[in-house]
Design a protein around this ligand. Structure first.
Ligand code: SAM
Ligand code: SF4
Length: 478
């Protein structure tokens, strides 16, 4: 492919490459998409910058999941607008683009609400960014939120080896997008569209490319990743379990993860081999995110989650039977319309029964256009807030106990990057805990045994127990 580098000519006549700043809000799908947007703009000469004020193009990759998330986006647009005005006062043009789920949901409304935004691009159209940005630079106001016929993933540029190396030894790979579940509180089926699984060969090619540039850990991501049913090389659909087995053969890949899973799909037969894979695939990390939302059957039915509390606990039990050291994380919503104190106590009881390693807890947020928004018995904000605190107290106690249980143990740590202190390295445990240790930077990219000596608020501290577990990885990052 021919590649051109475009330069911006400053008012003082100096040439310089164009700079793009991409800011991600919300979930890991957006983090992944932000990288792919930067990759797609790179052949047009756009170099990533961490500083929005010096950028020629600022892309806000937005989240629409809760009202607060949307408010954050508009306040960020206000902040960037001041930088745009300052750039224009210096004779420099800054294009502001809004991408992601707010773009998809609000479209034209964004440009109507704030005239500083030049481009609104929906989550299925990132491959069109170079052309759209060029038109926006020429002064056009553009909204592109169609769901196109072409496959975005085929059209997006691949990251360069340098870009991969810069992003570190752990990487996300989207394997599935969209959602057909239509939980009554959730905007995702409307903003991300129908559930689509990518073919196995394309995912394998992505993972091989990442591994060749030093990536050691892959997290397969999607809104309902355990509903994965992408076509295999023989044209027949494959399950997530089969995909994980195939990826565990990619040279250099030492760790595999997946998120987010839906409890219903864990039990409907399509995940039998995924559950089995937890028992016999050493690369598959023993850490599963399985959102439950509520511990009350009445509320689960009103949420259209299509599983009961008993079925959720059964999914946990089957996974634990396959791999006893599995730890679970979850998502909870408190104060869904009609939730009584008794329903909420069911949620607290479920949390106690499962004993989570960590969980995200949210107050129900009314999302216009979703079925739950029309329900009459909305729970008062004060009640929601009080329930949130009670649930958080339980989860925090469990999370602290989980972390403290590793003091005195030896864990396999994937060393990721230098720490803030001289001689310090930061790595990740199988349970995604951040682990600090003192060691040589040559170990970045290796899996090392670390004796855990102490625990902080969010971090474990330890010392190298022996060098590396897998000799093939010992030279990585050296
Ligand atoms: N697909 C995943 C699942 O089925 O659980 C979750 C996707 S969603 C991006 C992440 C989390 O946001 C959900 O699990 C839910 O807890 C939370 N969430 C979604 N809509 C919400 C709403 N209207 N109010 C509060 N929390 C919400
Ligand atoms: Fe939203 Fe439910 Fe789909 Fe998860 S499964 S993305 S919560 S609609």
């Amino acid at each position: 492919m021919t590649s051109y580098t475009y330069y911006v000519i400053d008012r003082d006549g100096m040439n310089r490459p164009r700079k793009v700043h991409v800011k991600s809000f919300g979930c890991q799908m957006n983090v992944y998409d932000s990288h792919r947007m930067a990759d797609t703009l790179a052949p047009d000469g756009y170099v990533e910058t961490a500083h929005p004020a010096e950028a020629d193009l600022v892309i806000l990759n937005t989240c629409h999941i809760r009202e607060k998330a949307v408010d954050k986006v508009y306040s960020e647009i206000g902040r960037i607008r001041e930088m745009k005005d300052a750039a224009e006062a210096e004779g420099r043009r800054m294009v502001i683009a809004v991408a992601g789920c707010v773009a998809q949901a609000e479209g034209q409304e964004i440009i109507r609400r704030t005239d500083s935004v030049d481009l609104v691009v929906g989550s299925q159209n990132y491959h069109r960014l170079p052309g759209l940005v060029a038109r926006a630079r020429d002064g056009e106001k553009i909204v592109d939120t169609e769901f196109p016929l072409e496959d975005k993933f085929d059209a997006l540029a691949q990251p360069s080896p340098q870009a991969i190396a810069k992003r570190g030894v752990s990487s996300f790979v989207t394997v599935q997008e969209g959602c057909d579940k239509f939980c009554t509180f959730c905007v995702v089926p409307y903003t991300r569209g129908a559930e689509v699984s990518r073919p196995v060969v394309k995912i394998v090619a992505d993972v091989e490319r990442l591994a060749a540039s030093g990536v050691r850990e892959i997290s397969l991501i999607g809104q309902n990743v355990n509903a994965y049913h992408g076509l295999g090389p023989d044209g027949a659909p494959q399950t997530l379990g089969q995909l994980l087995r195939r990826l565990s053969d990619v040279p250099g890949i030492a760790r595999l993860r997946y998120m987010t899973s839906h409890p219903r799909d864990m039990l409907n037969g399509m995940c039998d081999d995924l559950i089995a894979a937890h028992g016999d695939l050493p690369a598959l990390m023993p850490y599963v995110h399985l959102p439950v939302q509520s511990g009350s059957d009445r509320i689960l039915a009103a949420m259209n989650r299509k599983h009961t509390r008993k079925e959720y606990l059964e999914a946990i039990a089957r996974l634990r039977a396959a791999r006893p050291d599995l730890a679970f994380t979850s998502d909870f919503i408190v104060g869904f319309p009609g939730e009584t104190e008794e329903d909420f106590r069911g949620t607290l009881a479920l949390a106690e029964e499962v004993n989570f390693a960590m969980a995200y807890t949210f107050m129900y947020s009314t999302r216009p256009g979703t079925p739950a928004a029309a329900l009459e018995d909305q729970v008062p904000e004060t009640e929601k807030s009080e329930r949130l605190q009670r649930l958080q107290a339980v989860i925090t106690r469990q999370w602290r106990a989980f972390n403290a249980s590793f003091v005195g143990q030896t864990m396999d740590i994937l060393v990721e990057k230098p720490g803030k202190l001289a001689g310090q390295l930061v790595g990740r445990s199988p349970y995604l805990q951040s682990v600090h240790l003192m060691a040589q930077p040559a170990l970045i990219g290796s899996i090392v045994k670390v004796a855990i000596t102490d625990v902080g608020t969010n971090t474990l501290f330890g010392a190298l127990a022996e060098t590396t577990r897998a000799p093939a990885l010992a030279t990585v990052g050296a």
